[in-house]
Ligand binder design. Sequence first.
Ligand SMILES: [Zn+2]
Length: 335
Amino acid sequence: MNHIGQDTISSDFDPATPVAPALNSLKQKTLLRTMNCVGIALHSGEKVSLTLRPAEANTGIIFRRTDIPGSKEIVASWDNVVDTRMCTTIGNDDGATISTVEHLMAALAGCHVDNVYVDVNGPEVPVMDGSAQPFVFLIECAGLQEQDAPRRVIEILKPIRVEIGDKMAELVPSDTFSVGFEIDFDSKIVAKQSITVTMINGTFKKEVARARTFGFMHEVEQLQAAGLGLGGSLDNAVIVEDDKVLNEDGLRYDDEFVRHKVLDAVGDLYLSGGIIMGSFKGVRSGHALTNQLLRALFADQSAWRYVDCEEDDSQAEPELAVKSADIVDLAAASG
Ligand SMILES: [Zn+2]
């Protein structure tokens, strides 16, 4: 049993079992074994259990509320997003919802997990340490299983942009998947930060996964007065007050704030149902605008197409490492 702070992670396997080596191909993958973790729900403050189970090829990411008897599955898809205030919430036709899916979705994207069942015994994914790192650890403990189906890539064919006031999100054609972000808060320490990360050769794990969610002390007080964010603490968020970081150990990256926005975007974009081959850029945007961007993308048939990955003969590591040279034109292949 491994322990991460107050949260616990456990597997149905001996944790000493070696993790499968990184598989250098562009086939779909699921987990080798079932893994479980227990953590605190950010908003309710209650303990919640999350279990990741292997799933067959072409299943995608399927959430299940195990605390609701007979509850239908909740497919992790952009058109099932029902709320984007504070976090991303998905729901099904029965009204069952799961909140705060974005950090787990980012870890699944970054670790190259195409197919998995996610069982949660409450309305929120546990916040863990506020980053994607505990979920990356969970997935690495589970190991990956290659499946006999090509990964599905969504190739961006023309620029798509959504704007609200001074916030903007866009996707433009590119040979790789990259995520760029600019933030500009009215705070000396958060202030103007920008970064672009190309998701290839392990950059998600190295540059993005450990960046924690953040908030300002006055916002935390307002939230908690409204009965929200009750599980929020310095154990699962970077809290800023008067241009100071209150967390004793400081920041994990100098620009941890903007890196967390990249993390959120990777997770929210994985609700597209595949790996995106294109460049994302967000300026002061968040969950709402990323979802609107996906809705605008899929509403325009000429803006994207599905392509399958070919057998990989490159030296790229698997993490989102899809390049234009790796894909096959489905229409040409079937014709
Ligand atoms: Zn976040």
